[in-house]
Design a protein around this ligand. Sequence first.
Ligand code: MN
Length: 221
Amino acid sequence: MVLELYKKKRNFKETPEPEGKPKPIAIGSSTSKLAFVIQRHKASRLHYDFRIEVDGVLKSWAVPKGPSLNPADKRLAMMVEDHPYDYKDFAGIIPSGYGAGIVEIWDKGTYSDLENSDIKTAEKNIRAGLKAGNLKVRMFGEKLKGEFALVKIKSKEENTWLLIKHNDEGAVDGEYNSEDDTPQNSPINKWLTENKPEKVSKASTTSTARQVKKKISIKPH
Ligand code: MN
């Protein structure tokens, strides 16, 4: 069943996230491009979620360090369950349960295959790339522009990919950190400012270090 895992992980009485209705059927040719969204998600750990529309759902990867515009960077991207199409517009607070925390939209727009084909051809190429574990896309976002590759790598886990920018007019030479490319007053940045750890005095260093150790959580979700 489509979106089964997505629905299984969530209690829609508690979360404001979309319930996973199928993508509405377009009237005429109003949707001429595939959609993408990148959400910044402050869950147990701050990460980014990279989502692209394929066959009416959003194929999704959790990117712990966020996308980079520097072709020298290979950003770890863990494939996660498909999300419903209307998740592309979701921003808000997940109060409890799976992914509890704050979601904000970091970038959105349309995307295609490298040739910028019509939607049907693009989708066919994207589907083949997913299957092959070697996906090349052209992004038309505010922040992400031009060619990107998603490459599946051999690892203990089945869902490990790398997100890499291709060298083109949308790339940057220097160090790139997606965190620097966020509005100062965004909900997550406000939260981070309000919850900054207090300055640690020498006397309490040991106990604080112990507390920090306890709080460590590795999962991106
Ligand atoms: Mn997430």
